[in-house]
Write a protein that binds this ligand. Sequence first.
Ligand SMILES: *Cc1c(COP(=O)(O)O)cnc(C)c1O
Length: 470
Amino acid sequence: MTAIPNRTATGGLDTAALQALDAAHHLHPFTHHGELAAKGVRIVTKGEGVWLTDSEGNEILDGMAGLWCVNVGYGRTELAEAAYAQMQELPYYNTFFQTTHVPAIALAATVARLAPGDLDHVFFAGSGSEANDTNIRLVRHYWAEMGKPGKRVIISRRNAYHGSTLGGASLGGMQAMHGQGGLPIPDVVHIDQPAWFAEGGEMSPEEFGIARARQLEAKIAEVGAENVAAFIAEPVQGAGGVIVPPDSYWPEVKRILAEHEILFIADEVITGFGRTGHWFGSEGYGLAPDIMTIAKGLSSGYQPIGGSIVSTRIAEVLNEAGEFFHGYTYSGHPVACAVASENLRIMEEERVVDHVHDVAGPYLAEKWGALADHPLVGEAVSKGLMASLALTPDKAARAPFAGPVGEAGFITREISFGNNLIMRHVGDRMIIAPPLVITPDEIDLLIERAVRTLDMAHDKLRAEGMLKAA
Ligand SMILES: *Cc1c(COP(=O)(O)O)cnc(C)c1O
């Protein structure tokens, strides 16, 4: 029988043995298993600050904060202690059947205080995907109670990411996800994204932003406002490739939303809790959503938790509406809530959002923006501590590569990992979203490794004849 590792570090097994066990038994998210088994999975054993250690002893700068979530950095003993204390006191109880517990009460009150406007009511979920499933049910329930049950359609955007459940993946606009299993579900429709570099053609960014916003107006007219429940969007698209919209985009969307009776759901799973230099991305754009989806940075990823923050206007309708037949066993899980509350306490006490807004965000903007001068880079953009590069074989024409989409990006990502920097690729965009506590010195290191990566990728693409425009 194969040895099974104990739960510490490498469990006494070497990397090859762990890789073999993983390949034999573990199915990974968003992974081509044949390829992974041939190559061998990377095994992460420890985290501290912005640094990860793997089973081979490499020290890796985590440019992605895990999956956009470890906002206060790794190794925070306060969060471990909050979990330990809560597990001893009350490891689990539900919030169904007219009961609750102090961790859920405390976290809901803190989130309500931090969220803008009258976003004062929280429905907890276990993840961002679950929270967006809640939102689909919630907005349809809301309109039915308002006497408008025909308002069921939700408008979203192509290349948006809203999770991976049936509902979340349907709201999302990822073609590859829709292609597997007959998505989207009925009554979810999509308009185009405000991605100027790839799709702006001859238009200026400002003209393009207006044009893409007006697709919302056209779609509302096409579907009929009497059938539209909500529009959902990320203030800055994350998994779509850190697409920072042109400045003209959100004001025009705001105008259109104001003219129609349609709810606006801001998916703040990435942009919430400081990522953009504001507590919520909506604040930076002057948006006033009716519902916000939250997860990831809510607990800095130390516990799985998400939720929907709902306006008082919606909560009042729900109060009148009788029972909402919806909820999760782990809605408001006490350990997750206790850890999230401690995470938010740290964020406030250490003024992490100010650090992003005043120090790390501007510093990254300057250094990352300068990468646009690299011969392989067509644009380099950032918002707070989320940033992206468009790789291109022809800067002036903003041309895509002749080869399959994502090939250059994948090669660059692999080189980056080899340089001990975790930088992800989305197609041929390279993206980062480091822990929010990253210091200017650590940003210097990140940039140094990114430049080395781009140089090496440029050499390799040229050597292999891949620097050709489509
Ligand atoms: C990650 C993400 C989700 C899904 O959250 P999970 O916790 O993975 O289910 C939803 N929306 C956005 C914007 C995300 O980035």
